[in-house]
Design a protein around this ligand. Structure first.
Ligand code: HEM
Length: 134
C-alpha cells in the first residue's frame, strides 16, 4: 500500500502506530469475529482455533502496511487468493470481513483518515478473494 507524499508518516504502518497498534487491531478483529453474532457466518468459515490466523494476519498486515515483511520471510509470496480457495467466500463473508475490520479499526482508535483509506484497499482485496458468485 502506498501513501501520498503529503502524509506526515513514511508508511501506513507508522501512521497506524507501529507494531503494538497493528497487533491490537488484529486481536480486536478476531475477538469481534468470535463474539459478535453479526459475524457468525464469517466465524464459521474459520477453524475452532484462531491463534494461527491471528499471527498470520498480523504478519501479513505489518508487511502490507510497509512495516516488517515477516509474512513473506516465513511463508513466501502471500498468494492470498490461492490460499483462500479452500474456504467458500461469497458476498456475505466478504461483507462480514469488511464490517468486522471496520469495527476493529474504529474501536482501536485508528486515525479516521487512515481508516478511510484502508477501507478502500481492504474492499479491493476482500472482493478479489471472493470465490462464490452469491
Ligand atoms: C473476504 C473474506 C475473507 C474470509 C472469509 C477469510 C477467511 C480466512 C480463513 C478461513 C483463513 C484461514 C485461517 C486459519 O489458518 O486458521 C484465512 C487466512 C488468511 N487471511 Fe483471510 N479471509 C478473508 C479476507 C481476507 C483479507 C481481505 C485479507 C487481507 C487483507 C486476508 C488475509 C489472510 C491471511 C494473511 C491469512 C493467512 C494465510 C495463510 O498463510 O495461510 N483475508 N482467511
Amino acid at each position: 500500500m502506498q501513501i501520498e507524499e503529503s502524509q506526515p508518516f513514511d508508511t501506513p504502518y507508522a501512521w497506524a502506530g507501529g507494531e503494538a497498534s497493528v497487533r491490537a487491531l488484529v486481536d480486536r478483529f478476531y475477538d469481534l469475529m468470535d463474539l459478535e453474532p453479526a459475524y457468525k457466518e464469517l466465524r464459521a468459515v474459520h477453524g475452532p482455533d484462531l491463534t494461527s490466523a491471528r499471527d498470520k494476519l498480523f504478519w501479513f498486515l505489518s508487511g502490507w502496511l510497509g512495516g516488517p515483511q515477516e509474512y513473506t520471510e516465513r511463508f513466501g509470496h502471500p498468494r492470498l487468493r490461492m490460499r483462500h480457495m479452500p474456504f467458500a467466500i461469497g458476498i456475505l463473508e466478504r461483507d462480514q470481513w469488511l464490517a468486522c475490520m471496520a469495527q476493529a479499526m474504529q474501536e482501536t482508535g485508528l486515525d479516521p483518515a487512515l481508516h478511510a483509506r484502508l477501507e478502500k484497499s481492504f474492499f479491493q482485496t476482500a472482493d478479489w478473494m471472493r470465490n462464490q458468485n452469491v
